[in-house]
Design a protein around this ligand. Structure first.
Ligand code: SF4
Ligand code: MG
Length: 283
């Protein structure tokens, strides 16, 4: 069984020192090992942004896609080879601005994919512009007098789109984040995991300290029932979307790929597409 170190490759991440994305990468690697995956069982598909680099930093199949299009690619990968565990990832600009149409329809389609959004509430790669996740009044080069648009709530949108798994975490909480990614991978259907991931270079408002002061952990509410859709929506709204933990899950719906029977004969992927690690290295 692979250890988390076997999900490392020799590429050194070029994120700024202190960027939250480092911990998210570590959590994905730990979760992959903890659920018993081998590198050849995992595909990581990313979009564009600082966060989009992650697919090049993990020893697994990786595809660095185009802006806002991680999910269409990830869904294609999953349909072509249902035996793969598919993790899609990207930033809040990538997934909740240009890619929002894909995000909503991937949620309602419910393919067995784990979607991890590195939410730093700004565009980092392009040097600090306001994103759909930036708060009203947030000042950047693109909104020098402060954002006059309302902040988008991906958790509320996911719930209303019929999500079967919704979670949120904080990059500093490696234990919680790893456990949620494991749960997302084990969930049979689409899992949205939004992760607060501070951009230490351009976002001087939503800092590590700001998140530590403002986050509400769901574990503080022992009676909370994550299978209750109305309770989930209420708790998201009560906390201003700043809650972390497993917010909602529902395993009553089958994933999309189990419903499109006859799409591909069983076993074809394993037989023709899925190489063992030894075979791959001999190519
Ligand atoms: Fe991370 Fe921000 Fe640096 Fe990008 S610019 S690597 S998001 S700290
Ligand atoms: Mg961003």
């Amino acid at each position: 069984m692979a250890t988390f170190k076997e999900f490392r490759n020799n590429v050194k991440p070029n994120w700024c020192p202190g960027c939250g994305d480092f911990s998210i990468q570590a959590a994905i690697q730990r979760a992959a090992a903890n659920v018993g995956l081998e590198p050849e069982n995992l595909a990581v598909v990313s979009g564009i942004g600082c966060s989009g680099r992650i697919s090049g930093y993990i020893h697994a199949y990786g595809l660095h896609g185009i802006h806002g299009r991680a999910l269409p690619i990830a869904q294609g990968v999953k349909l072509a080879n249902r035996e793969l565990t598919v993790v899609a990832s990207g930033g809040d600009g990538d997934g909740f601005a240009i890619g929002m149409g894909h995000t909503v329809h991937a949620i309602r389609r419910n393919m067995d994919i784990t979607y991890i959004v590195m939410d730093n509430q700004i565009y980092g790669l392009t040097k600090g512009q306001t994103s759909p996740r930036s708060a009203e009044g947030f000042k950047t080069k693109s909104t020098p007098e402060g954002s006059i648009e309302s902040v988008l709530s991906p958790l509320e949108i996911a719930m209303s789109a019929g999500a079967t798994f919704v979670a949120q975490s904080f990059s500093s909480d490696l234990k919680q984040l790893t456990a949620l990614i494991e749960a997302g991978i084990n969930h049979k259907g689409f899992s949205l995991i939004n992760v607060f991931s501070p951009c230490v270079t351009f976002n001087k408002v939503n800092t590590y300290d700001w998140f530590k002061e403002n986050i509400v952990k769901l574990e503080e509410f022992p009676d909370y029932d994550p299978t209750n859709r109305i309770a989930a929506m209420t708790k998201i709204m009560e906390t201003g979307g700043l809650l972390t933990g497993l917010i909602y899950h529902n395993q009553t719906r089958k994933p999309y790929e189990e419903l499109v029977s006859g799409f591909r004969p069983e076993g074809l992927a394993k037989q023709e597409l899925q190489l063992s690690r030894d075979e791959f290295e001999q190519l």
